[in-house]
Design a protein around this ligand. Structure first.
Ligand SMILES: Cc1cc2nc3c(=O)[nH]c(=O)nc-3n(C[C@H](O)[C@H](O)[C@H](O)COP(=O)(O)OP(=O)(O)OC[C@H]3O[C@@H](n4cnc5c(N)ncnc54)[C@H](O)[C@@H]3O)c2cc1C
Length: 308
């Protein structure tokens, strides 16, 4: 590990940003899996981000951006360089007549609750999707027919070189669980359109989304949600189930018996266990159906030779 990390941490302290050296990523992912990151940076305010980027650039260290780690599998060797996450800060939500301004560290669930409380419609089916607003925008998170991008007006971001960017919705290409924001920028805040709806209808939609989620998803165990994207007009979970892979275990990881597109951390699973199951699923689905499944989760970190 680069011996400069203590020096960088001192510089981060001076601007008021929190940081942790050699921090296990298993504590920062919903999977509960992952080796250490050299430096985890948790700004306490969005105003620190430019300074943080400058400090890291000065020390010539690679860095990545993360939300709350609910769509991430971190390798067992961990991440060399720094990770910046807004999950502990960046919590402003400001309502106006017909818009809401949201900082990207706000948890999506918190935003949805506040919108529902004000009878604003279009977000209610997203109730229960874990993660931050930044992660949701990056992934174009969605559930039961609605997506976070549906009511988006604009987004602010900072690039790795410190440039500040402002996107209008027309500048961004959103598709199923995907956006074309660059991996080299951190999303800072977003503006959404607010449309008033009927309280009863909103409540019902929210209730049925939560009910379906509880009925269909294995929420008792740690996971990163759906592992694969659904291929067109088909559910990846259905294919994996038909392939007879439900319940298949490697080490501490298991393909869920409840929802076959979920891999669960049932007993101190390693990234390698999950990767093995991913390989088994991908190969079998290709052999049986000639379909190449695409990963929905993002895998980050240093790979051992074996995994390459
Ligand atoms: C039990 C469970 C159920 C789930 N159900 C759903 C579902 O119904 N629908 C759905 O769409 N997803 C679902 N997911 C997946 C996950 O919740 C979403 O993808 C979520 O939007 C990720 O948000 P996050 O903050 O955790 O992002 P992370 O997992 O931390 O990051 C995801 C990606 O976004 C990038 N990123 C995050 N924040 C920023 C930022 N501020 N700036 C730049 N890049 C950033 C990261 O680099 C990474 O590439 C589920 C996950 C779990 C564990």
């Amino acid at each position: 590990m680069n011996s400069n990390y203590n020096k960088i941490q001192n510089e981060l302290n001076l601007i008021g940003a929190n940081s942790l050296i050699n921090e296990s990523m298993s504590k920062h992912t919903t999977f509960g899996i992952g080796g250490p990151v050299d430096l985890l940076i948790l700004p306490t305010d969005n105003s620190q981000i430019l300074d943080i980027i400058n400090i890291i650039n000065t020390h010539n260290i690679e860095f990545y951006f993360l939300g709350s780690g609910s769509n991430i599998l971190v390798t067992d060797s961990g991440i060399r360089g720094a990770v910046i996450s807004l999950k502990k800060s960046s919590k402003k939500i400001i309502f106006n007549d017909s818009t809401v301004f949201v900082e990207c560290g706000v948890m999506l669930g918190t935003l949805v609750k506040q919108l529902n409380h004000r009878n604003i419609t279009g977000f209610e089916s997203l109730m229960g999707v874990p993660g931050t607003v930044g992660g949701a925008l990056m992934m174009n998170a969605g559930a039961f027919g609605s997506e976070i991008s549906n009511n988006l007006l604009s987004v602010s971001a900072i690039e790795q070189n410190g440039n500040i960017k402002k996107y209008s919705i027309r500048d961004i290409d959103f598709s199923y669980r995907n956006s074309d924001f660059s991996n080299n920028e951190i999303l800072i805040d977003a503006l959404f359109k607010c449309t008033r709806g009927n309280k009863k209808v909103i409540e019902n939609k929210k209730y049925s989304a939560s009910k379906l989620r509880k009925e269909n998803q294995p929420l008792k165990y740690r996971s990163a949600g759906s592992i694969f994207k659904n291929p067109s007009n088909m559910a990846a979970g259905y294919l994996i189930d038909q392939a007879g892979l439900k319940g298949k275990k490697i080490g501490g990881a298991e393909i869920s018996n409840k929802h076959a597109n979920f891999i669960l951390n049932i007993d101190n699973a390693k990234c390698n266990d999950v990767m093995e199951l991913i390989k088994i699923i991908s190969n079998k689905i290709y052999t049986l159906y000639n379909i190449k499944l695409e990963l929905e989760i993002k895998i980050i970190g240093e790979f051992s030779d074996e995994l390459h």
